[in-house]
Design a protein around this ligand. Structure first.
Ligand code: SF4
Length: 147
C-alpha cells in the first residue's frame, strides 16, 4: 500500500501562491508511483486570500509587506496542516522551499529584500516539531528513495 505524503499545493500546479501563481517545479507522476499525495496550502487554510500581500517571518511574528500582522493566520494554517497530516497518517511532507509557511532550513529574513536566513516556515517548523520528516522540493530524489 502506498504511503500518504503531505505536499505544498503550489508544487502541484495549484495557483495558491501570494501572487496567484503556482510553482510546478516537480514531477507529480514520479511521486505518485510511491505516494498518495495530500495537498495543503497552510496560508489558505489560515484564512488568507489569493492573491495576497507577501509575508515574511520577523522574530516570533509573521507580517505582510504592508505591515499587517498575520501571525495568527499562519499559526491556524500550520495547525490545520498538522491535523491533515495526522488524520492521513503522513510521516513525511514535501514542502515549498523558502516560504514563510512551508520553507525548511532557509527562509526570507523579514526585510522584504530577497535576503535569505537560516530558519523554517511556521508550518514546516510545527511539522518537524511533531515528528514529521520535512523535505524541500530540491530533495525530491531523496524523498523518492527514502523509506
Ligand atoms: Fe505554497 Fe505553502 Fe505558500 Fe501555500 S503557503 S502557496 S503551499 S508555499
Amino acid at each position: 500500500m502506498k504511503e500518504n505524503l503531505l505536499i505544498s499545493a503550489c508544487l502541484l500546479g495549484i495557483k495558491c501562491r501570494y501572487d496567484g501563481r503556482s510553482v510546478c517545479k516537480i514531477c507529480p507522476e514520479r511521486l505518485c508511483e510511491k505516494y498518495n499525495l495530500i495537498p495543503i496550502c497552510p496560508e489558505i487554510y489560515g484564512g488568507l486570500p489569493t492573491p495576497r500581500v507577501p509575508s515574511e517571518r520577523v522574530g516570533d511574528k509573521v507580517v505582510m509587506k504592508d505591515g499587517k500582522d498575520v501571525t495568527e493566520n499562519f499559526a491556524v494554517g500550520a495547525e490545520a496542516a498538522l491535523k491533515l497530516a495526522e488524520i492521513n497518517g503522513c510521516k513525511k511532507a514535501l514542502l515549498k522551499e523558502k516560504s514563510p509557511s512551508c520553507g525548511k532550513g532557509e527562509i526570507y529574513d523579514g526585510s522584504f529584500t530577497g535576503t535569505l536566513t537560516e530558519g523554517n516556515g511556521v508550518c514546516a517548523e510545527l511539522l518537524i516539531r511533531s515528528g514529521i520528516s520535512v523535505y524541500g522540493e530540491s530533495e525530491i530524489e531523496k524523498i523518492l528513495t527514502d523509506t
